[in-house]
Design a protein. Structure first.
Length: 268
């Protein structure tokens, strides 16, 4: 039973940490009120074998006794920092709160519960500022982010930039045909695959792209393929320029984004 509860609580925290859609592995939304209530209720009567949770609660109480109240955001394997972190830190300072990430391990031990430090701090914050304060602060930070007109990573959008007619839920991929002569000059890896590359670029609120750059080139384990890197990159950029994208969306508003597309090579 504890193993099931512990797994549920970890996933709850993972979902909360993401807040918005992750890369393909990223969870989709904030956890339900029922899941949050489960952890909140559990820390009122912790299993006496749950040393992880008890230590976290003891540390949280010690910090609170010193006047340190922490706005926690879970962080760990396969998920990323909050898009509005800079703005949230500013708001926390104004409210005499400390913002920090609560680290989670992807290794879950039976009978040991992660997230208790943050759960205790959440209760302290709710008692001091009222129910739903953390959600309101996150929303306010998002509004500040949108007002700043800063560039946002495409993966942090509520709806990511995508090609019209295709889903925004997956990382964009492009199949690029290359001339047969060039294909014969390239060497394949042991599984028979040609090199591929990741091309980055910026996109405005109208879907226009600019400032292309090479994020990564996979040479299929053959150094000789690297001499074709520049040529393939230029071909990839020309192919990407043919696409008119739907821009990224945050809180219903179009935003400027930094993007990445994986380009796979296929024979002409």
């Amino acid at each position: 039973m504890m193993k099931v509860l512990n797994t549920c609580l970890f996933m709850t925290s993972l979902l909360f940490a993401c807040g918005q859609e992750n890369r393909e592995e990223k969870a989709a939304s904030i956890p339900s009120d029922e899941s949050e209530t489960t952890l909140s209720a559990y820390i009122q009567q912790i299993d006496d074998q749950d040393s992880t949770c008890m230590k976290d609660i003891a540390l949280a109480k010690q910090d609170v006794s010193k006047g340190k109240i922490v706005f926690c955001s879970p962080a760990g394997f396969l998920f990323y920092n909050l898009r509005q972190e800079e703005q949230l830190r500013e708001l926390c300072r104004k409210n005499k709160l400390v913002f920090q990430y609560e680290l989670f391990s992807d290794v879950i031990y039976e009978g040991q519960t992660q997230g208790c430090y943050g759960a205790y701090m959440d209760q302290v914050i709710a008692a001091k500022f009222g129910s739903g304060f953390k959600e309101r602060l996150l929303a306010q930070a998002d509004s500040m982010l949108l007002a700043s007109n800063d560039t946002i990573n495409a993966y942090d959008c509520d709806k990511r930039p995508h090609i019209p007619g295709e889903s925004d839920e997956y990382e964009p991929r492009l199949l690029m045909k290359i001339p047969d002569k060039l294909r014969k000059q390239l060497k394949k890896d042991r599984d028979g695959y040609l090199p591929f590359m990741d091309i980055g670029f910026y996109m405005d609120k109208s879907g226009n792209t600019s400032d292309y750059f090479l994020n990564f080139f996979m040479d299929a384990d053959h150094e000789s393929n690297q001499k074709y890197e520049d040529e393939l990159f230029k071909m990839g950029v020309e192919k990407l320029k043919e696409i008119h994208w739907q821009p990224g969306i945050v809180n219903g508003q179009k935003v400027i984004t930094e993007n990445n597309v994986r380009v796979f090579l296929i024979a002409d």
